[in-house]
Design a protein around this ligand. Structure first.
Ligand code: ASP
Length: 289
């Protein structure tokens, strides 16, 4: 029998309809990113650092609705949301409707490390990111790969990215980053940057959600999962499935990745698919859509 792994890791590249859309590039990229995270964790990296680093790689890939792959809102602007949370300290940094910076997750981490606050929005987030020296996007129309939206919002893709990790000290962390829904209204903020909705980490569980954010907010899905572990006898798999089922009663679709103290992740979803990668109990990287 294998010795239990000392660490754990899962990534998602969004929930959505992928049956008729080839996902080879995303699968290869999720595999490579997960393997990179595994190497970091093996060397003793902190879960929080792994979540930040992998989320930035997913943002930069242009393969998901986050970072470079973000689409414009209804006015043609690129407004991004992200959050990162440290389980043991429950410190969280979050940015909403951020424009003009390459890696929202780095700005969120800077909010966590260098402010007394949890969340910065819009112009304040941008001024703060400038002061911290975060990398700017000089020309959004050149940088972002999705230009112009002609479809209706309800037909549009979801495809947020997220990472949850457990490090060798048993610490948990989570990060979620998104361009939100393509064609969303100006100023619209989804669940991804909201603690307890689309991102959460504490001493029991780390969670990152993806799907129709409005429904995850109404169900506080990530907090619901943690509360189930705290107040009921449900195990991680049961609690995660029940949290998604509750979100579904509101009419939404999507999924989540979650990791607990065992380091073995779970990924319930009610959408057609959810792009994901994880380290299994044998230490192998697995990928599925
Ligand atoms: N949950 C994200 C949002 O509503 C979208 C997604 O997961 O793709 O902003």
């Amino acid at each position: 029998m294998n010795a239990p792994l000392k660490y754990g890791l899962a990534l998602h590249g969004g929930a959505g309809k992928y049956k008729d859309k080839p996902q080879h590039d995303q699968i290869a990229h999720l595999r490579e990113t997960c393997a990179h995270g595994q190497a970091m964790l093996k060397k003793g990296a902190a879960a929080l650092d792994v979540c930040e680093e992998l989320a930035a790689r997913l943002e930069d890939a242009g393969l998901y609705v986050a970072g470079r792959g973000t689409g414009p809102n209804s006015t043609g602007e690129y407004e991004l949301d992200a959050a990162i949370m440290d389980g043991p300290s429950r410190k969280i940094g979050s940015v909403c409707a951020l424009k003009g910076f390459q890696n929202p997750v780095h700005v969120a981490r800077a909010v966590l490390e260098h402010t007394p606050h949890v969340m910065l929005a819009g112009r304040g987030a941008e001024n703060f990111a400038s002061i911290r020296g975060c990398t700017r996007i000089e020309n959004p129309l050149e940088y972002y790969l999705v230009q112009g939206v002609s479809r209706l919002p309800e037909e549009l893709d979801t495809g947020t990215i997220g990472v949850v990790a457990r490090d060798q000290n048993g610490h948990l962390a989570a990060a979620t980053s998104t361009g939100g829904l393509l064609g969303k209204m100006q100023g619209r903020v989804g669940d991804s940057p909201l603690p307890g909705a689309g991102c959460w980490a504490d001493e029991r569980v780390a969670v990152s959600c993806t799907g129709q954010g409005e429904y995850f907010i109404k169900s506080v899905t990530a907090a619901d999962l943690s509360a189930r572990l705290r107040y009921t006898a449900q195990n991680l798999g049961e609690a995660a499935t029940a949290a998604i089922a509750d979100m579904e009663t509101q009419g939404g679709y999507g999924g989540l990745i979650a990791i607990g103290t065992s380091g073995i992740p779970v990924f319930p979803f009610n959408s057609e698919g959810m792009r994901r990668a994880w380290i299994d109990e044998h230490g192998e990287v697995q990928v599925a859509v």
